[in-house]
Design a protein around this ligand. Structure first.
Ligand SMILES: NC(=O)c1ccc[n+]([C@@H]2O[C@H](COP(=O)([O-])OP(=O)(O)OC[C@H]3O[C@@H](n4cnc5c(N)ncnc54)[C@H](OP(=O)(O)O)[C@@H]3O)[C@@H](O)[C@H]2O)c1
Length: 412
C-alpha cells in the first residue's frame, strides 16, 4: 500500500495535461499499471477542459481516477492542484508557456514534480528561481523525464557506477551513440518553435547552461557540441550530430555536478550511422544538413513556413507508427587509466511517445511508491535531474517495465 504520508493529500499523483497527445497515453499507462492498482494509489486527471478530461477518463476506463480542472495561468487553481497532490506529472507544453505557475506552486507546497520538457532555457530560469526554495520545502522538481533526457542521464549514471564497481576508478568520459526510429508530435514541434522564437539560442548553445553556479569548468570549449562527422573506434562506426544532444548533454552535466562525477568529466552523444562508406557520406551530409536547418529555423519567415507545415498541437504519429518505433543508446565509459565499460539503454516503441510515456510514468511512480529509497534521502529537494533525483530506483522500475538498461551488452 502507499505510505501513510499519502493520506495528508487527496491524490498521490495528478496527471496534468491529460487531454494532450502524450497526456492521453499517460492516462492509459496509469489505468493499466498493475502497480497503480495493487498499491491503492489515488490519482487524478487534470487540465483546462472538464469535457476533454471526462472523455479521456471514459476512453481509458479509469473511472476510479478523479478530475481536477485547472488552467495553467490561474494561480489559485495551480495552488489548489499542488496542495492536493503528492506528485504532479505534467505533459502540458510548451512548458515555457504552461509550466511556470505549476512548478512555482509545487515548490511552495513541497509537491514533487516530473515533466517531459526539453526546453533548457525555461529550466535554467526555474533553477535560478526555485532551486533553493525547493531544497527548503523538500519538493523534488525533476524536468526532462522523457526521451529527453532519461536514456542519456541513465547511460552516464550506469557508466559511472559500473566503472566504480568494477575497477574502483572514476569514469572521466562517457560517449553515447543513438539509433532511433520514430515520429514527431505537433506539441513537440510547437515547443521547438516557441523556444526558437524566444531568441534564446545563445543560452541553448551554452554547454553548461544548467550547471549549479561554481561548477562551470575553465575549458568550456572542450565540451562544445560536436558538429562534424567522425569515425569512432569505440563504436566501430561513423557518428554524426544528434539533434537532441543540445538538451541531453546539459542535463547530464548538471547530474555530473550534483552527483560528483569526476572533475573535468566529459559527456558527448551522437547519432550512429553505420560502418561503411555510405555511412561516412551520411555522416557528412547530416552534419552539413543539421547545421543548415538549425540556422534556417532561426529565421522568422522560414520558421513560420515550417510551423504551417507541421502537425498541430494535439496531433502525433499513428498507433501503428508508434508501435513500430524504437531507440537504442549504446554507451562507452573511460577511466583516466584506460579502463573501459560498455552498455546499452534501449526500448521498443516510438521514443517520443511509447518510451517517453513509460519513462515519465515510472518516474512519477518512483516518487509516489518508493520515495524513501530515492537518492539523497527523504529531505532532498531542489531542481534535480532524473539521475540525481530518481537514480537506481528508476533504473529498476524501467527494467521491470520492459526497458533494456544493460551493462556489457552483446551488441555494440
Ligand atoms: N521529452 C520528450 O521526449 C517529449 C516527447 C513528446 C512530447 N514532449 C513535450 O511534451 C509536451 C506535450 O506534447 P504533446 O504532443 O502531448 O502536446 P499536445 O498534444 O499539444 O498537448 C498539450 C497539452 O497542454 C494543454 N494545454 C494547452 N494550453 C493550456 C492551458 N492554457 N492550460 C492548461 N493546459 C493547457 C493541452 O490542453 P487542451 O487539450 O485543453 O488543449 C494539452 O493537454 C510538449 O512540450 C512536447 O515538446 C516531450
Amino acid at each position: 500500500m502507499v505510505t501513510s504520508k499519502s493520506s495528508a493529500k487527496k491524490y498521490d499523483v495528478v496527471l496534468y495535461g491529460a487531454s494532450g497527445f502524450v497526456g492521453r497515453q499517460t492516462v492509459d499507462y496509469f489505468a493499466q499499471s498493475a502497480d497503480v492498482q495493487s498499491s491503492g494509489l489515488t490519482w487524478a486527471l487534470s487540465g483546462r477542459s472538464a469535457d476533454k478530461l471526462e472523455a479521456v477518463r471514459k476512453a481509458s476506463g479509469a473511472q476510479q481516477a478523479g478530475i481536477l480542472v485547472a488552467e495553467a495561468h490561474d494561480a489559485a487553481a495551480m495552488d489548489a492542484l499542488a496542495r492536493n497532490a503528492r506528485v504532479v506529472l505534467s505533459t502540458a507544453g510548451p512548458f515555457a508557456l504552461y509550466g511556470s505557475e505549476l512548478v512555482a506552486a509545487c515548490v511552495r507546497h513541497g509537491t514533487h514534480y516530473v515533466d517531459i520538457t526539453g526546453e533548457t532555457p525555461w529550466v535554467k530560469g526555474l533553477i535560478d528561481q526555485h532551486h533553493e526554495a525547493a531544497q527548503r520545502t523538500g519538493a523534488r522538481i525533476i524536468p526532462f523525464c522523457g526521451f529527453d533526457s532519461i536514456p542519456s542521464d541513465l547511460s552516464a549514471h550506469l557508466a559511472n557506477a559500473a566503472m566504480q564497481e568494477r575497477y574502483g576508478e572514476a569514469c572521466v568520459q562517457t560517449k553515447v551513440a543513438f539509433s532511433i526510429r520514430g515520429g514527431f508530435n505537433g506539441g513537440t514541434l510547437a515547443s521547438l518553435f516557441n523556444m526558437l522564437a524566444s531568441g534564446q539560442s545563445d543560452a541553448m548553445a551554452d554547454p553548461f547552461l544548467l550547471n549549479p553556479s561554481g561548477t562551470r569548468p575553465a575549458n568550456v570549449a572542450t565540451h562544445a557540441d560536436p558538429l562534424g562527422p567522425r569515425r569512432d573506434a569505440d563504436f566501430g562506426a561513423w557518428l554524426g550530430p544528434f539533434m537532441m544532444s543540445m538538451i541531453n548533454t546539459r542535463v547530464v552535466r548538471r547530474s555530473a555536478a550534483l552527483l560528483g562525477y569526476a572533475k573535468g568529466y566529459q559527456y558527448q552523444e551522437y547519432l550512429r550511422l553505420g560502418k561503411g562508406p555510405l555511412a561516412a557520406m551520411a555522416a557528412t551530409s547530416l552534419s552539413v544538413g543539421s547545421f543548415a536547418s538549425q540556422a534556417a529555423l532561426r529565421l522568422s519567415p522560414i520558421r513560420k513556413l515550417a510551423q504551417k507545415m507541421a502537425p498541430p498541437p494535439g496531433a502525433g504519429p499513428s498507433e501503428a507508427s508508434m508501435d513500430g518505433g524504437s531507440f537504442r543508446a549504446l554507451w562507452v565509459g573511460h577511466s583516466a587509466s584506460g579502463k573501459m565499460v560498455r552498455g546499452m539503454v534501449a526500448d521498443k516503441g516510438d521514443p517520443g511517445n511509447r518510451a517517453t510515456t513509460k519513462m515519465l510514468c515510472e518516474s512519477a511512480l518512483a516518487l509516489a511508491l518508493q520515495f524513501d529509497e530515492l537518492p539523497g534521502g527523504p529531505k532532498q529537494g531542489g531542481l534535480l535531474t532524473p539521475a540525481s533525483g530518481l537514480g537506481d530506483v528508476l533504473v529498476q522500475r524501467l527494467r521491470a517495465a520492459g526497458m533494456t538498461l544493460q551493462v556489457d551488452p552483446s551488441t555494440v
